[in-house]
Design a protein around this ligand. Structure first.
Ligand code: HEC
Length: 145
């Protein structure tokens, strides 16, 4: 991820949030966010979850708890992608001892990213780190792949 692009996608997010009275909603998840999320995923998640999210990363070998197949989150949830739940799961990993062996080096990235207002469907915009939203948007984009 080069810095100008990161700044551009963050700026776009804030612009979207500012234009909409309810903040950026799920429909406003746009392509640059997905690209940003993929870069973050490749850096922080792919070692366990695999390059394509199927749970087959190099570090998955020999782990007592297998990393989840992240391309099937929606399938496991009756066909819809539970954005709020996924973001809270990822954020939880950031704060407590994660699922698996080592803490993903992910906290600094979240803390450094600007907050955006996200309405995940219940009409209540919640301040959310843009990097967390970007990773969730990327995961949403690989459902069923
Ligand atoms: C150290 C290995 C490891 C790393 C790094 C890791 N994960 Fe995981 N992840 C796991 C394991 C193991 C599970 C399944 C067991 C569990 O849920 O505790 C899991 C489960 C999940 C789930 C729950 C899936 C579901 O449907 O229940 C999500 C979402 C997830 N990981 C996202 C991420 C993201 C995003 C990152 C990067 C920011 C990441 N993980 C980094 C090992 C890892």
């Amino acid at each position: 991820m080069n810095r100008p692009f990161a700044a551009l996608s963050a700026g776009l997010l804030i612009g979207l949030a500012a234009c909409s009275p309810t903040g950026s909603n799920v429909a406003a998840l746009v392509a640059p966010e997905v690209a940003h999320g993929k870069a973050l995923y490749d850096k922080h998640c792919a070692t366990c979850h695999g390059p394509g999210g199927k749970g087959d990363g190099a570090a998955a070998e020999g782990m007592a708890r297998r990393p989840a197949d992240l391309t099937r989150i929606a399938a496991r949830n009756g066909g819809s992608f539970p954005l709020a739940q996924v973001m809270s799961t990822i954020d939880g990993y950031n704060r407590k001892k994660p699922h698996g062996s080592s803490m993903p080096a992910w906290g600094a990235e979240l803390a450094a990213s600007p907050q955006v207002m996200v309405d995940t469907g219940d009409g209540v915009p919640v301040p959310t780190p843009s990097s967390l939203l970007a990773v969730a948007a990327y995961l949403r984009s690989i459902q069923g792949s």
